[in-house]
Design a protein around this ligand. Sequence first.
Ligand code: CP
Ligand code: NVA
Length: 304
Amino acid sequence: MGKKDLLNFTGLSREDMFAIFDLAAELKQKLKAGIAHPLLARRCLAMIFEKPSLRTRVTFEAGMVQLGGHAVFLGPNEVQLGVRETPADCARSLSRWVDIISVRTFFQETLDEMARYATVPVINALSDESHPCQVLADCLTLIEHRGKLDGLKVTFLGDGNNVAHSWIEAAEKLPISFALACPKGYEPSRDLTDRARKNGARILITQSVEEAISGADVVYTDVWASMGQEREAVERAMVFRDYQVNERLVGMAKKDAMVMHCLPAHRGQEITHEVIESAQSIVFDQAENRLHVQKAIMVWLLQS
Ligand code: CP
Ligand code: NVA
């Protein structure tokens, strides 16, 4: 069998996703118990970042160290994909030196080209289209808090962006329902939503916050202007103002609803300070689980 990549959830089955959750839970438990787990000893990860990052960079790097391997950070000025050399040439060169590659990029095409030409696994560390590592970590967090995913309603308020897309793909495979409320014109990809629905996903896309949030087990949000959309930030702050996750809106979800945010958060915009600091907020559990899930993804890609 050829090498595997993690570009989105298309190539992952529900069983694969649960295998990653189980492995992540095991690695997390070992880390906390101080039990060494050098499953990727002497392996090397190359991390290409065309955009800023805190969580993704640190968790991949720390994760690789904990697994006995090493990570090489390549920032925007080093590789200059498409400027200094093509993604195809970069992928083929890196494949001769390292065992696995992660890429944070703007264009999905860059990632697809890297994966096509690399002979080692490629991981999507966020693209304009999706953020699979984030949503896998989020699902692990929900499993920890609720024991299982079955029947959970995840409501996303805000932009139909990369993180929302990964939730739509997750709803195609996992036993959750997904609702997204956004202003007109900011809906997630129609093709992706149609495909997920055709494959049985329960997905609601609406402009009505009330409709989306009713019965929600999870209230999720993300920045209104993603990386690369900074010039639209002022306009978006106006357009999205009724979608702010505040105490009033959270009060419309289930009483024990959990509040989630992939971070970084803009307090006072998509979420209030009070809500992110409230007892219902599990945002730092999500952030922690990026570490454990990405370690599991790397082991799963390299060893199965
Ligand atoms: N959530 C997330 O991916 O954070 P960073 O952009 O800091 O990596
Ligand atoms: N949608 C955000 C997610 C950041 C982790 C962005 O792309 O900037």
